[in-house]
Design a protein around this ligand. Structure first.
Ligand SMILES: [Mn+2]
Length: 507
């Protein structure tokens, strides 16, 4: 018993130290200038809306307590925990009692039937009475001074929608870490969420908020007035899926704007798997996408259907109200959004992929019986040369894509150079769609395979047959043949992608 107690206190000490450390770490994550930034003295009040379904006790309460502890007290008017028909016992009376006793600002809202997070968010928003709605997932941690950076721009212009930077809370250790230095939200033509680089002018301006075409999902702040002017979410959207696009398009097309605030950070646990099934509502995601596309995307909807042709056959339901809303608010065409806000999206996620520059096997000119082989390697595994053959183990077909990377024909993995010092190996890494250390160029005339800026070339070791990078000297081991080279595409090499430099003004 004594031993256990001692252990308990030691663990508690460790926990506190850890906590202290992570607090300092958390401080460090933010841009240095965030600490000296000034905000309006008078900021709007907030209703926080947190939908949940069978969320864990600790993560749900961490969400609530972090909001209460890390916000100016007078700004938090109420927190709605919207229970989307959870089945876990402790989320019923036990939660009611706990909230009643300890959390005066928290109100629990019960949705009778499992109806998904869109409906749950709407249910909370309908009851909200503060100036600004802040939506959070039920497994988040609001970070140091997260709120004023979201509220200040909304106070100045109520049609501004603000998103925090989303940090990563590890699902297995709860370690808190930064995701990255931020990016602009976007999508591809299968409606997967994607990201675009921060613009140079915004980088210079850090840590000021910058415009982002679409939000990542469920973490954002919007004035209650603007949210309802936009009709909230389309109530015809079912369960989840597409709602972040719908709201983002509406915000931009109907007179608002959306910004990411680098000084506002919220940690989010990315689920490894959802511990609950989706309700059985058929292809609700397809239906949601169809509604968003039909109402907001005009002629660009066609690109989505070209990638997912079965969407054409899904009945989107009644769209009259949504189309009337768009008309009533005099919203701009999707083309405006694509050329003024997401102007670099098409360049990075083209509706139709251009032909590759080259493809096939890649062989040393002096040893044509050898092929570069990725052999089902994992991230960071080395590439090397092997006898050319087609069998279950070999992976010798590559594509020089128009992103100027070299990708396995059969999967989304690319030649990468984590360290470009001479003699460092070439490894496999998830393709990041152009640029950086995955940039390669093949010269059919010299047969050199150049990396990055072109000073270093692919080379190989005759004994180990490993591939590595070295200064280009035109030696025999630096000369390569590729099965099929598209001369026409090669001629365009320098033009492709570089043409996208800034907003066009053709509207
Ligand atoms: Mn989440």
């Amino acid at each position: 018993m004594r031993h256990q107690l001692k252990n308990f206190y030691r663990m508690k000490m460790l926990y506190l130290m850890e906590h202290q450390n992570s607090y300092q770490k958390i401080q460090r994550y933010r841009h240095k200038k965030c600490q000296s930034k000034k905000y309006l003295a008078s900021l709007p009040t907030v209703s926080v809306v947190v939908p949940f379904h069978n969320e864990h006790w600790s993560t749900l309460l961490r969400t609530v307590y972090s909001v209460l502890n890390r916000s100016p007290e007078h700004l938090i008017k109420e927190i709605f925990l919207v229970d989307d028909a959870s089945t876990k016992d402790f989320l019923k009376k036990k939660l009611d009692d706990y909230v009643e006793k300890n959390l005066k600002k928290v109100k629990i809202v019960r949705v009778k039937e499992r109806s998904g997070l869109i409906t749950a968010r709407l249910a909370g928003a309908k009851l909200a009475t503060a100036d600004v709605l802040v939506f959070l997932d039920s497994h988040t941690e609001a970070n140091v001074n997260w709120l004023p950076p979201l509220l200040d721009p909304i106070a100045r212009n109520y049609r501004t929608v603000m998103c925090p930077f989303i940090d990563v809370v590890a699902h297995d250790t709860f370690e808190y870490r930064a995701q990255d230095e931020g990016a602009r939200g976007a999508f591809d033509w299968e409606f997967f969420y994607k990201r675009l680089p921060i613009l140079p002018k915004d980088l210079e301006n850090m840590p000021e908020p910058f415009e982002s075409p679409v939000m990542a999902g469920g973490l954002f702040a919007i004035s209650r007035r603007f949210f309802w002017e936009l009709g909230g979410y389309d109530p015809g959207l079912d369960i989840w899926g597409g709602e972040q696009y719908e709201l983002s398009f509406k915000v931009w097309q109907c007179g608002g704007r959306m910004l990411d605030a680098p000084c506002s950070r919220v940690g989010h646990i990315y689920r490894k798997f959802a511990p609950f099934p989706n309700p059985n509502h058929g292809d609700f995601i397809g239906k949601n996408y169809r509604r968003v596309a039909e109402v907001w995307m005009d002629e660009y909807a066609e690109y989505l259907y070209q990638h997912r042709s079965h969407y054409r056959r899904i009945d989107p339901g009644d769209l009259t109200e949504q189309k009337e809303l768009r008309k009533r608010l005099n919203c701009k065409p999707f083309r405006w959004f694509m050329t003024q806000v997401a102007f670099d999206l098409i360049g990075k996620y083209p509706p139709v992929e251009p032909e590759p520059f080259a493809k096939g096997t890649i062989r040393p000119e002096s040893h044509p019986q050898l092929c570069v082989d990725a052999r089902r390697g994992k991230q960071m595994d080395k590439l090397y040369l092997k006898s050319c053959m087609e069998d279950a183990q070999s992976e010798q077909q590559f594509i020089f894509t128009w992103h100027k990377d070299i990708r396995s024909k059969s999967r989304n993995i690319c030649w990468d150079l984590p360290d470009s010092t001479p003699l460092k190996p070439v490894v496999l890494y998830s393709c990041h769609l152009g640029g950086g250390n995955q940039l390669w160029r093949y010269r059919p005339d010299t047969k050199l395979l150049k990396h990055g800026d072109g000073a270093k070339c692919l080379d190989w070791n005759r004994e180990t047959r490993d591939l590595y990078i070295n200064w280009c000297d035109g030696s025999a081991t630096q000369r390569w043949t590729v099965d099929s080279v598209d001369q026409k595409m090669m001629a365009q090499w320098d033009k492709v992608m570089d043409r996208v430099t800034g907003p066009t003004n053709d509207y």
